[in-house]
Design a protein around this ligand. Sequence first.
Ligand code: BES
Ligand code: MN
Ligand code: MN
Length: 457
Amino acid sequence: MQAWTDYQTEHKDRFLEELKDLLRIPSVSADSSHNADTARCAEAVRDALLKAGCTKAEICPTGGHPIVFAERIVDPSLPTILTYGHYDVQPPDPLELWTSGPFEPVVVDGKLYARGACDDKGQMFMHVKALEIMNATNSLACNVKFIIEGEEEVGSNNLGQFLEDNKDRLKADIVLVSDTSMISMEHPSIESGLRGLAYMEVEVVGPNRDLHSGVYGGAVANPITILSKMIASLHDENNHITVQGFYDKVVELTDAERVALNTAPFSLDEYKTDLGVTEDWGEKGYTTLERTGVRPTLELNGIWGGYIGEGAKTVLPSKANAKISMRLVPNQNSHEIAELFSNHFNKIAPGCVKVKVTEHHGGEPVVTPTDSMAYKAAEKAIETTFGKTPIPTRGGGSIPIIALFEKILGLKTVLMGFGLDNDNIHSPNEKYDLANYYKGIETIPYFHKYFAEMSKA
Ligand code: BES
Ligand code: MN
Ligand code: MN
């Protein structure tokens, strides 16, 4: 629609400045020293939603960081789109690897650099600006509701309860989310699934205190050595995961589905060059796209123990620890997998150490249908603004709350993400291309329009 394009062209610079203001607030949900910033960010989001055209917007306190809920009911007979996003961000460290300050947004070569630029402030804010455009041009085709939470990066621990407590208020026809990526601007795509997550922490304890490694070394088990061996045994020579029962419920793709998945444009050479690795790695018998999209994984996220300070200290440590996460696919269940892992890890522990396994937050995998009206509306919206039919892909990341939208509210989700895999989300120098930001803002109103039209038909 010309009026939408004109409005965006006229207000483009302000749309960028407003996003930058949001990015200056260090809303790091994992770091309680930033609690005041996180609260301030929720207020900024509420104010932005009111300014953009919501008639109601409120901050809903939780046991953790607040949830922003907002709505604009145009006409109860119209369909309702519930937009979900998150205003919290990952911690910015290691700070020394950033070229500019993580909370001092700058544009270089058409890319906006800041923590949260893509994940998820930039993508979430596209929906706020799209609402402003539709509101200003009197063209809201659907009722809108927004849930913008502040705890996605720490597991959305309070959002499930919020959904339970507000079923009525949250009535909608579809959940729309921009918190995923597409292949490229030339090859737009829509993720049709997300992996689940089971996150574990393990501790391996040997002697009751740190020991002199000369006096005792060689005669007492070193927990770091034992933990390393246990970890190394979690994958076999084909890089299959050895946790007993791990694959029992995994849904294998049909040959046709595998062929379809692998038709997405992908260059292994470019992938390797981008990452600076000379060889790829992974479960034997599967392609890279399958390994990240439809196969479960087990990754070490951190490992520590013993002396890691300056210089040398000859110590035989009393304990060693690791954080281990598993990405899950349908029909694995995060708690079942956590239990399988715990049993397995205890079983493989030799008698010379004691093992403690704890479960952190997790989430369930989801598959979003590609034959639904909502998917078709997203497809048509992207066709309109990109001039190409988006390719359905399967994403490797997780957004645990998506499974709960379906379980608690009975709502399906469309993952209309505009990020790129090289946006450095969770890494130093996170960025979001302005082209993607503006294209997203342009595409969202078409989703509203087509979803309304298709709902009527
Ligand atoms: N937006 C990401 C998830 C994502 C990124 C999905 C790219 C698909 C493509 C989200 O903010 C995230 O980082 N989720 C966490 C899980 C959470 C429980 C910490 C993840 O995937 O590690
Ligand atoms: Mn995110
Ligand atoms: Mn994230």
